[in-house]
Design a protein around this ligand. Structure first.
Ligand code: AMP
Length: 400
């Protein structure tokens, strides 16, 4: 069975065609700048590729590019589109409606649309992606939706409620939802596998550290708390996002600088974090390079990030009442060994001990344990794979 995994954004659409017989990726690519000037990239697992500028006025036109590339004589990996058995879509916000993945129906599309106010950019784009997919593949190809929020739906009320008047929860569903759930789910399950233990018997803290970052506390396979909130702005400091802050900072800056809610939203989401503190870049590599050359604000950004990670891990150890394993994943978590080293060296008080040499080598796709045999807590680097979770859920639902 071949499954097409789709991640539709407002002006981009990433795809991956996965052969479920061995879970290998046959081809992947990206339609960029949809509705603007358009750029298309496609690569196959055996090293063939194409890349060109092409106007794509909407998601349906983007799907036509994907379809052509997948079946193309030179860069194609299938003879006919009918070889695609099912399609899995990543959906950012499932709200309180979707607690697990499900098959796409008209009602499901309506429900995802009803959640647009909670994730305006993402969910609107996902709905466009699903509709375009139906246009191109037809209704006979089953489609499945997999939600970033679903894995976090086990959080208890005490963790997901905000202490604002209760009516805002009732009227507008204001609460913590959490994001990156598919990634946290993949790496926690993989961590249990690597430990050779049942996840039901484990307390795990997963650190997804990328351009967007979140940390999750998982007890017996169920999320009990996570750092992102109503939106992906809360939690630890990120590439351009603030992470948690005193809410009064928002009203104070708005009043002092005369910013509108939308301008303040841009400041919090796009101008803060690594970029805002360092003044150099949102990218961890650029900021680390500047710090190595003596840039003090770049160093401050790094110190703040590591402090935030440490603080969340510490608080989640308290929430879980102990911890068996800590996992690092995503762009920074998988590649930036110095952050892992600095954080883990400060966790000696809970028995964490890592092997600095092993840690330094665990980069660029390496999966493995970086803690020593003496460590009371296992520490892992596990490259995330959200696409495979989407493909597995899709296969499970369409073969049920
Ligand atoms: P992501 O959002 O998961 O793609 O992660 C993006 C972040 O990961 C950026 O801040 C990058 O600087 C960082 N990153 C990605 N690849 C590497 C690498 N090979 N070495 C160091 N940092 C990396």
């Amino acid at each position: 069975m071949k499954i097409l995994v789709i991640n539709a954004g407002s002006s981009s659409m990433k795809y991956q065609l996965i052969d479920m017989t061995d879970e290998s990726t046959l081809a992947k690519g990206n339609c960029e700048r949809i509705g603007i000037d358009g750029h298309f990239k496609h690569t196959t697992s055996d090293g063939r590729s194409c890349e060109y500028d092409v106007q794509m006025n909407n998601h349906t036109e983007a799907f036509m590019q994907i379809k052509n590339a997948l079946t193309d004589e030179k860069v194609g990996v299938i003879k006919e589109l009918s070889e695609v058995s099912a399609i899995g879509h990543r959906i950012v916000q499932g709200g309180s409606i979707f607690k697990e993945s499900c098959l796409v129906t008209d009602k499901v599309i309506e429900d995802i649309e009803s959640l647009i106010p909670l994730a305006p950019l993402h969910n609107a784009a996902h709905v466009q992606g699903i509709r375009a997919c139906i246009d191109v593949f037809g209704k006979e190809v089953p489609e499945v939706v997999v939600f970033d929020t679903a894995f976090h739906s086990t959080m208890p009320e005490t963790a997901y409620m905000y202490a604002v008047p209760y009516e805002y929860y009732e009227k507008y569903a204001v609460r913590r939802y959490g994001f990156h759930g598919t990634s946290h789910r993949y790496v926690s399950a993989r961590c249990a596998e690597l430990m050779g233990k049942d996840i039901k018997d484990l307390k795990i803290i997963t650190c997804h550290l990328g351009n967007g970052s979140s940390i999750t506390a998982i007890d017996g396979g169920k999320v009990v708390d996570t750092s992102m909130g109503l939106t992906p702005l809360d939690g630890i400091m990120m590439g351009t996002r603030t992470g948690c802050l005193d809410p009064s900072v928002v009203t104070f800056i708005m009043e002092k600088s005369g910013l509108t809610p939308s301008e303040m939203d841009t400041l919090l989401n796009k101008k803060s974090g690594f970029l805002g503190i360092s003044g150099i870049s949102s990218d961890d590599r650029d900021v680390c390079a500047a710090a190595a050359e003596g840039n003090k604000r770049a160093q401050l950004a790094i110190d703040m990030l590591e402090y935030h990670i440490l603080k969340y891990i510490g608080s989640y150890v308290a929430v879980l009442g102990g911890v068996d394993a800590i996992v690092f994943t995503a762009g920074i978590g998988e590649n930036q060994s110095s952050h892992r080293e600095n954080v883990c060296h400060k966790l000696g008080y809970i028995g964490v001990e890592i092997d600095d040499e092993v840690n330094a080598k665990a980069i660029r796709g390496v999966e493995g344990k970086i803690s020593t045999e003496n460590s009371k807590v296992d520490v892992f680097v596990i490259p995330t794979n959200e696409e495979i979770v989407i493909a597995r859920d899709t296969m499970a639902l369409v073969t049920k």
